[in-house]
Design a protein around this ligand. Structure first.
Ligand code: HMG
Length: 424
């Protein structure tokens, strides 16, 4: 008789978004495009826009602070901190090091950054899960954060599929949200140029329609491999599916392709979409593509909508990273997840954001070109109250990017004002 394994998975989840956004319909009007193309054709309502004091480090830190604040877990429990991102702020120093410092995590901690386009955080999540299953964690938990700012050149076809944000997840034994089947995943990889960002560029380049085909082919490959690996899970038992969501419509294309493998017609797949996928798209429609964080934003959206009803049910998860690499795996919603998800107030960060005009957004983009070389202001930045040492954050502190010093070291600070709004 085999002893049942201690369940491992996502204990708690929280996200952060920039303070500002643009309406997709405003962008469509400015670009001379029918608004329905963006809102219905792509499934995008709002696009989160990062401000001058927000970057992948602050987004990641603020998501993790919210996670600790609401989950009741303490930073001292963390033995691994991994940040998945494709918007790194340095060729060498990982975002995870800044985050480790800003959160006050223990010195005895494995800290690193992972990159594979939008797949980076999934590599981190699966690695953390296996770290715990191996026994190397010695009872500690892992903090996995996905953080990104999705950017294309102004006026290009990719522009309505931008976004920004971060998702932080606590990975531990006996998780309160979802359990993962350790070692039971399906993989797919192929060397393609569907989407890339050369080292000197801030905006991504993309072969848009080809990227859609690559995503779908990789889904077929990863899902087929997952079915071959599945011991405890069977595809018909997937009550819901969460996909990587560069824009909402992509999830409906994905669902069609996945169900076609099961012999389901396109019409039937579309009929099942409203129940099986749509609840996972609420947050991304308000934020846009968040690259590495996208799949986990879908999961958070699903749990916010239906965690109680889904307790004990299996959810399929598809992670795609251009270039390309993909993985399909499944999660079981834990008993008690409904009440805990309500406590986490998963939708909270969407409240109180500020709408920008397209002109203001374009102005921010122009200013952002110099953000990595912007000198820290000699006095306290305007609009920032209560700036304190970044190494001693209080529970309500919100991290902000200030600029670089004389040696191009990035400097961060804390403000209280915004965090208070976010956890209200
Ligand atoms: P496009 O060529 O401007 O759009 O760019 P389109 O002409 O293909 O139209 C899009 C949809 O809107 C179509 O529907 C139209 O019919 C519809 P579909 O055929 O797809 O079902 N449409 C309308 N609907 C209602 N009313 C209207 C109307 N007009 C048109 N009036 C494209 C679209 C996605 C290519 C572009 O936005 C793009 O290049 N985006 C960036 C790349 C991307 O998101 N790729 C997704 C797969 S790759 C991926 O997910 C990885 C990624 O996240 C990066 C990473 O891994 O790091 C991007």
């Amino acid at each position: 008789m085999t002893t049942p394994r201690t369940p491992i998975g996502i204990d708690a989840i929280a996200f952060s978004v920039p303070d500002t956004y643009i309406e997709a319909s405003d962008l469509a009007a400015a670009r001379g495009v029918a608004p329905e193309k963006y809102t219905k054709g792509l499934g995008v309502s709002r696009i989160a826009i990062a401000g001058p004091d927000e970057d992948p480090v602050t987004l990641a830190t603020n998501a993790a602070r919210r996670l600790f604040l609401l989950s009741g877990r303490d930073p001292s429990e963390i033995g691994m901190c991994v940040v998945g991102t494709e918007t790194a702020v340095d060729h060498s120093k990982p975002v995870a090091s800044y985050v480790h410092g800003l959160l006050g995590l223990p010195a005895q901690c494995r800290v690193f950054e992972t990159k594979h386009a939008c797949f980076g955080a999934t590599a981190a999540l699966l690695g953390a899960t296996e770290w715990i299953a191996s026994g190397a964690a010695r009872g500690r938990s892992a903090l996995v954060i996905a953080t990104d700012i999705a950017r294309y050149e102004l006026g290009t076809a990719g522009e309505p599929t931008q976004g920004a944000g971060a998702v932080a997840m606590l990975i531990s034994e006996r998780p309160r949200l979802v359990e993962l089947d350790v070692g039971q995943t399906g993989s797919f990889a192929r060397n393609v140029h569907d989407f890339w960002r050369p080292l000197h560029r801030k905006d991504a380049l993309v072969d848009g329609h080809f990227s859609v085909e690559c995503y779908l082919d990789a889904l077929e490959g990863a899902y087929t491999d997952w079915k071959a690996s599945a011991r405890d899970a069977v595809p018909s038992e997937l009550a819901r599916s969460c996909y990587h969501v560069p824009y909402g419509k992509m999830a409906s294309k994905a669902h069609r392709r996945r169900l076609a493998i099961e012999g389901v017609s396109q019409d039937d797949a579309d009929a099942r979409f409203a129940t099986e996928v749509a609840p996972s798209l609420t947050f991304s429609a308000q934020i846009g593509n968040v690259y590495t964080a996208s799949l986990y934003l879908s999961l958070a959206s699903l749990l916010a909508a239906e965690a109680s009803e889904l307790e004990g049910a299996q959810v399929g998860l598809y992670s795609y990273g251009s270039g390309c690499g993909a993985e399909f795996f499944a999660a079981r919603v834990a008993a008690g997840a409904g009440a805990f998800a309500r406590h986490l107030d998963l939708a909270g960060p969407l409240a109180g954001r500020r709408r920008l005009t397209v002109e203001q957004y374009e102005e921010l983009r122009r200013a952002d070109a110099d953000a990595d070389r912007r000198a820290i202001p000699a006095d306290r930045p305007s609009g920032v109250d209560d700036l304190r040492a970044a190494t001693a954050p209080g529970p309500d502190d919100h991290a902000v990017y200030l600029g670089v010093d004389h040696s191009e070291r990035r400097i961060y600070g804390n403000v209280q004002r915004v965090a208070q709004r976010r956890v209200a």
